[in-house]
Write a protein that binds this ligand. Structure first.
Ligand code: IVH
Length: 668
C-alpha cells in the first residue's frame, strides 16, 4: 500500500517537530513540551513508519532506538590520534599558560582565545562519509578506540546525516544532562537495577552497553568541540577555532551557548569566574573550562608537547562545594557494631549527585569542625568520592548551638558503646543481640551481591525480626508460608513469593556465599579471590592462616579476621549450618556471567525453545527465572500469545526480549 499524501506530510511534519524539540531540549536546555508529549510524537512517527515502511528513512529520529546486540566492541585505529589537554588546577598555572602563549607568539597581551566548557563525559570521535554517520570511536588509548557506532546512533542530538554530503571527523563529548540523569536513575531504581553514580559514569557506562537498545534508554547528548577533514586538515577551510565551532553548529551539532571569544588573561579569568558562578545552573556537569588559541595558524606555530597541545589548556574547577544545613544527626550501627555518626542535611546537588546525608566519621571530627545540629555547613564532593562535610560556616544565631556529642549507649539496643582500643571509633558490643546489627547482618546476607534473595528487603527483614521468626540468616530457610502470611503487610501471594525467593537462593555461587557471611574485610573482590583459590566451601572452611595468606589480595589483617570468625563458636556454627542448608557450588561448576543478577520472566510460546529449555539457558547464564512480573524484573521474554504479564511489563517499562535476543544474550 502506498502512503497517502497526507500521511507523508504528517511524517515530515513529525520529523521536523521532533528535531526542533530535540534541539530545544539538548542544545538550549529549554524544552517546549513535556516528556510525555514528546514520546507521543515519537510513537506516532514510529507507527506511521511501520504502517508505511517506504516512508522510513535512514536519518529518521526513530532510527535511534538501537540496533542488534553486539558480541563485543571492535577495536579500530583513529584517523588522527585523540590526545588530551594539559590541566591548570590553580590560577598561577592558568596565568602562566596565557603568558607563555603571548611570549611565544610575540603578540600583545590580549591574545584571542576560544573559551569553551569542559564537558564532563566521554570523548567520542565521529566520522561522516559523504554526509552520513559512518563510524564512532571512543578515545581508547588515543591511537586505537572502540567502535561504538551502534550506541552513538542512539544519541538524540547527534546528526545521523549532515545537510551536505561531506567527509568529516567531528570530536566531542557524550554527556548525560543532569535532568536526564535523574530521570534515568529513577527508572533504574523502579526496575530494582543499579543506579548511576554520576553523569560522567552515566554517559560512559551507557556508551559501553553491548546492547544499543539499552543505550537508547539513557537519553545521552553530544557536544562538539573539534572538526577536521579525514586527512587531518581543519574542516570547512576554517582559519580559527571559532569558525570550526560555527561550522559544526551550522551542520546541526550542539555546542554549548556559553562558548565565547575572550582576550588575554583578564578574559580567561572573567570567563572562568562567570561560568563557575553559573555552573550549578548549567544543564550538564562540567569539570572546568577550556581555552584554545583561536587562530589556527597560531595553534600550528605553538605546536604540541608530548601528548598535549601547547595552544590549549583545561582550567579546572576545584571539587564542587555547596552550602547546606545539618537537620539531624543519627548514629548508625553497622554490621560489625561500628557506631558512625551520620549528618542528615537539607538535600543539595553537589558534584553531580543529590546529597542528603554525609558521614561525620567520629567524635574527634565533629569536635574539630564544631558541628552542631542546625549548623550551616559546606558539603564537598569530587568525582566518585563520597560526599564530605568540609567545615561549618558561622551564621548569625549559630553561637547558641552546642556541639554534637555522641551518645554513650547504642541507639538500637542501649548497650554502653565501647571505644576500639587505640582509635577514636566507638562500637556496640551487643553483637547479634543488638537489633541494628542483626538487621544489618541479615540485610548483608540477602543483598544483591550476597545471596541475592528476592522479595526480602530491609522492611521485610525488620518485620520478620519483630515477629521473632528470624534471628539469624539460617532461620530464613525454616520460614513457613503459613506463619509469614499472618504477618502485617503480608498476604498469601507475598508470603509465597518470599518463601520462593529464599528457596531459590540455595546452591549459591561460592563467592556469593563467602561474601554473605559478612566476615570483616571480606568484600566482593576478596570473596571472589578466596573462592577461586580454594575452589570449594570445605577447603576454604578448613584453611589455615598460612593457606589463607597464600590467596591473591589476602593480607595479614584479612587472614586474621577469617581465622577469628571461624574460631568464634557461634559464628562458625551458623556458617556451617548455612553451608549445610544451601550447599554452595564449587567454583568450577559455577554458572556463566552473561545474566548474573538478572531476574527474567517468561511468557507465551517461543519459536524453538520449550519453557524448560529457556529456563535452563537463563540459569546457565547466571540468571534466575521468576513467575511474576514486578519492578525488580530485569527483562521479560515474550513469545507468541503472550498474556497479561507482557502488559504488566510494558506498564512498568521493563525490557522486552524475543527468543532470538534471549539466545544472543545468554550466549555472551
Ligand atoms: S579539546 C587535544 N575541548 O577533556 C585535546 N576537550 O583532556 C583535544 N573535553 O577527554 C580536546 N570538553 O574529551 C576539548 N571543550 C573541550 C572539551 C574537551 C571536554 C574532554 C576531552 C578529553 C579531555 C581533554
Amino acid at each position: 500500500m502506498t502512503a497517502p499524501a497526507q500521511v507523508e506530510q504528517r511524517v515530515l511534519q513529525l520529523r521536523a517537530s521532533i528535531g526542533l524539540h530535540v534541539d530545544a531540549y539538548h542544545t538550549h536546555d529549554a524544552p517546549l513540551i513535556t516528556d510525555a508529549e514528546y514520546d507521543g510524537l515519537f510513537r506516532e512517527l514510529q507507527q506511521l513508519e511501520s504502517d508505511f515502511p517506504e516512508l522510513s528513512t535512514e536519518d529518521s529520529p526513530t532510527q535511534r532506538v538501537g540496533g542488534a546486540v553486539l558480541e563485543g566492541f571492535e577495536q579500530a585505529a583513529h584517523d588522527q590520534p585523540m590526545l588530551s589537554l594539559k590541566d591548570a588546577m590553580i590560577e598561577t598555572e592558568a596565568r602562566s599558560f596565557v603568558e607563555s602563549v603571548v611570549n611565544e607568539l610575540g603578540q600583545d597581551d590580549d591574545v584571542e582565545l576560544c573559551a569553551e566548557l569542559k564537558y564532563d563525559g566521554m570523548a567520542l570521535s565521529i566520522r561522516y562519509i559523504k554526509g552520513r554517520l559512518d563510524r564512532a570511536l571512543t578515545r581508547g588509548d588515543g591511537t586505537t578506540g572502540e567502535n561504538v557506532t551502534a550506541q552513538a546512533r542512539t544519541i538524540l542530538n547527534l546528526p545521523l546525516t549532515l545537510p551536505v554530503p561531506i567527509d568529516l571527523e567531528v570530536r566531542g563529548e557524550v554527556v548525560m544532562l543532569k535532568r536526564n540523569f535523574e530521570i534515568v536513575n529513577s527508572r533504574l531504581r523502579r526496575l530494582g537495577q543499579k543506579t548511576l553514580a554520576n553523569t560522567r559514569n552515566g554517559a560512559a557506562g551507557s556508551m559501553r552497553q553491548l546492547d544499543p537498545k539499552v543505550t537508547a534508554t539513557r537519553r545521552l547528548s553530544f557536544f562538539a568541540y573539534g572538526a577536521f577533514e579525514l586527512d587531518g586538515r581543519p574542516a570547512f577551510e576554517a582559519s580559527s577555532q571559532w569558525d570550526l565551532i560555527e561550522g559544526m553548529r551550522a551542520l546541526g551539532f550542539s555546542v554549548a551557548p556559553e562558548t565565547a571569544l575572550v582576550r588575554g588573561w583578564n578574559g580567561v579569568r572573567e570567563f572562568f569566574e562567570s561560568v563557575g558562578k553559573g555552573r550549578v545552573g548549567l544543564p550538564m556537569d562540567i569539570d572546568g573550562v577550556v581555552f584554545k588559541v583561536n587562530a589556527l595558524d597560531d595553534q600550528q606555530r605553538l605546536g604540541w608537547n608530548n601528548r598535549t597541545p601547547r595552544f590549549a589548556i583545561a582550567y579546572k574547577y576545584p571539587a564542587e562545594e555547596v552550602e547546606s544545613i545539618i537537620e539531624a544527626i543519627v548514629v548508625q550501627i553497622g554490621r560489625t557494631g561500628a557506631a558512625t555518626p551520620v549528618a542528615k542535611i537539607k538535600p543539595v546537588r553537589v558534584g553531580g549527585v543529590q546529597v542528603a546525608s554525609a558521614s561525620l566519621h567520629n567524635q574527634d571530627n565533629i569536635d574539630a569542625k564544631g558541628i552542631c545540629i542546625g549548623s550551616t555547613v559546606i558539603v564537598r564532593r569530587a568525582g566518585d568520592v563520597v560526599p564530605e562535610i568540609v567545615r561549618t560556616v558561622l551564621t548569625p544565631g549559630d553561637e547558641a548551638l552546642t556541639c554534637y556529642v555522641m551518645p554513650s549507649v547504642c541507639s538500637s539496643c542501649g548497650t554502653t558503646l565501647h571505644r576500639t582500643p587505640g582509635t577514636v571509633e566507638l562500637f556496640c558490643p551487643g553483637g547479634i543481640k543488638c537489633p541494628a546489627q542483626k538487621l544489618a547482618k541479615l540485610a548483608h546476607f540477602s543483598s544483591r551481591l550476597g545471596m541475592n534473595i528476592d522479595n526480602l528487603g530491609e522492611k521485610t527483614i525488620q518485620t520478620l525480626i519483630e515477629a521473632r521468626l528470624v534471628n539469624m540468616p539460617s532461620d530464613l530457610y525454616g520460614l513457613e508460608e503459613q506463619s509469614v502470611r499472618e504477618l502485617p503487610g503480608f498476604a498469601s501471594v507475598s508470603a509465597k513469593n518470599l518463601i520462593a525467593g529464599v528457596s531459590s537462593s540455595k546452591a549459591p555461587e561460592l563467592p556469593r556465599f563467602i561474601y554473605s557471611l559478612g566476615i570483616e574485610d571480606v568484600g566482593e573482590a576478596t570473596s571472589r579471590s578466596l573462592a577461586k583459590h580454594f575452589g570449594t566451601w570445605n577447603s576454604f572452611r578448613t584453611a589455615s592462616y598460612e593457606q589463607l595468606l597464600a590467596t591473591a589480595d589476602v593480607g595479614d589483617g584479612t587472614a586474621t579476621n577469617i581465622c577469628q570468625f571461624f574460631a568464634d563458636p557461634l559464628l562458625s556454627a551458623e556458617a556451617d549450618r548455612l553451608a549445610e542448608i544451601t550447599q554452595p557450588q564449587s567454583y568450577q561448576q559455577q554458572n556463566g556471567i552473561a545474566m548474573r543478577g538478572m531476574t527474567v520472566v517468561l511468557t507465551g510460546v517461543f519459536p524453538t525453545l520449550s519453557r524448560g529449555q529457556a529456563k535452563a539457558l537463563i540459569e546457565q547464564a547466571g540468571g534466575k527465572v521468576s513467575g511474576s512480573v514486578s519492578k525488580k524484573t530485569s527483562a521479560i521474554v515474550a513469545g507468541d500469545a503472550a498474556g497479561s504479564k507482557l502488559d504488566t511489563a510494558r506498564e512498568l517499562g521493563i525490557v522486552i526480549w524475543d527468543e532470538a535476543q534471549l539466545l544472543a544474550i545468554a550466549a555472551n
